[in-house]
Design a protein around this ligand. Structure first.
Ligand code: SF4
Ligand code: SF4
Length: 369
């Protein structure tokens, strides 16, 4: 199960896509009592009682400035102490504008030496010029790598980066030149400040057209990688494509924009509110399942809004589509606006075909052989 912690709602740069720029920035860190109460909720989930795949906690921290590193360390320790029977893993997502020795120590101590950082050149807002920002970004990436930190880069699919495959490939080449092997692509919603940047927004039909090209290119890349008998350390991982290949290969799992996310993801806001995924925070579609300081586990997990979202994701629309068990009709936060559903079906058909035809490569990639 994937758990997002919005550890503070105070952020510095004010990027175009940021949820918080449209609302008040509450400088509230995540407190111990909130975490402990949330753990009691998690203990009632199927993932906990069945001790299935464990829990991955993603710390969505914005800048670390408003939150002391010790607070994050304490949250991780509280989780480990109070959830001893299940496998827990911690991931850190941060914007990489402030990095220093104590952040490096935190990443090493709590996050297995790994961090996720964004690469969102067209939507990043800073109070310095873009070339200066890029210089600092590269400097920080190199610094992290010198310190032995594993860096995953989240690439924003906006503007040409989400429309033009050669432009995207040039981003991959650039990241590879910095030693980055793990890339996560992110599609954004038309919300917050991003509403004003409609030319940058990737429509659903554009997204699937892009994903079709990307899948072809990535499979060709994987075939060459496999033939070259290189190691898993050499391969470029592009998610959620790899997560989707896993879904197609094993018929289980979850990933953003494909998969059963409503059952598999919960978000804890620093004020104790529980949401389906971070995309629902601050959105016009306010879907809080309750507050861990006021509601018990049963009230939160069986909240009618949660049940409704799970049903919606499983049942509504897309009648008769054979790929519904993979796709779950995409994102419940912002349902697809595709009128011609051949483009999405073509993508899922291709995904399943590839996962069968090249299952030896997919298994090698996933380390499951
Ligand atoms: S609700 Fe949408 S954005 Fe959130 S995990 Fe599901 S598909 Fe992704
Ligand atoms: S029609 Fe498209 S969006 Fe709907 S389930 Fe099928 S692939 Fe998914």
């Amino acid at each position: 199960m994937l758990i997002y912690f919005v550890i503070t709602s105070s952020y510095n740069p004010g990027c175009l896509h940021c949820h918080t720029t449209e609302k008040n920035n509450r400088n509230t860190p995540l407190f111990d009592n909130v975490v402990k109460s949330f753990i009691e909720v998690l203990k009632q989930t199927d993932a906990y009682t069945q001790k299935s795949n464990g829990f991955t906690f993603v710390f969505h921290v914005g800048e670390l400035l408003p939150v002391k590193e010790e607070s994050i360390l304490r949250v991780c320790e509280t989780i480990k102490e109070n959830m001893p029977d299940v496998k827990v893993k911690f991931l850190l997502q941060m914007p990489l504008t402030l990095i220093n020795e104590s952040v490096i120590t935190l990443i090493k101590d709590c996050f297995d030496g790994s961090v996720n950082i964004p690469f969102d050149q067209e939507i990043r807002q800073t109070n310095i010029s873009y070339p200066r920002f890029k210089f600092l970004w590269e400097k920080n990436v190199k610094y992290l790598r010198e310190k032995g930190i594993h860096v995953t880069v989240n690439v924003a699919l906006v503007g040409d980066t989400g429309r033009c495959i050669s432009r995207f490939r040039s981003v991959v080449t650039y990241l590879k030149s910095l030693g980055i092997r793990d890339i996560h692509i992110e599609k954004f919603f038309l919300q917050g400040e991003f509403e004003k940047s409609k030319t940058l927004y990737i429509k659903d039909s554009e997204y699937f057209t892009f994903m079709n090209y990307l899948l072809d290119w990535y499979i060709e890349y994987l075939i060459n990688w496999y033939r070259g008998r290189k190691t898993r350390e050499d391969v470029i991982i592009i998610n959620p494509l790899v997560q989707m290949l896993y879904l197609a290969r094993f018929n289980r799992g979850a990933s953003c924009f494909a998969g059963d996310c409503m059952r598999n993801i919960l978000t804890l806001d620093c004020n104790g509110n529980v949401y389906p995924c971070p995309a629902f925070l601050f959105s016009e579609r306010k879907v809080s399942f309750g507050n861990v300081l006021k509601n018990n586990a049963e009230e939160i997990l069986s909240n009618p809004k949660r049940v409704q979202l799970i049903i919606e994701q499983a049942l509504l629309g897309c009648d008769g589509c054979e790929y519904v068990s993979f796709c779950h009709q995409g994102c419940p936060k912002q349902p697809f606006e595709i009128t011609d559903r051949t483009v999405c079906r073509k993508f899922f058909k291709k995904l399943i075909d590839y996962s069968k035809r090249y299952k030896h490569i997919v298994d090698c990639l996933l380390g499951t052989f």
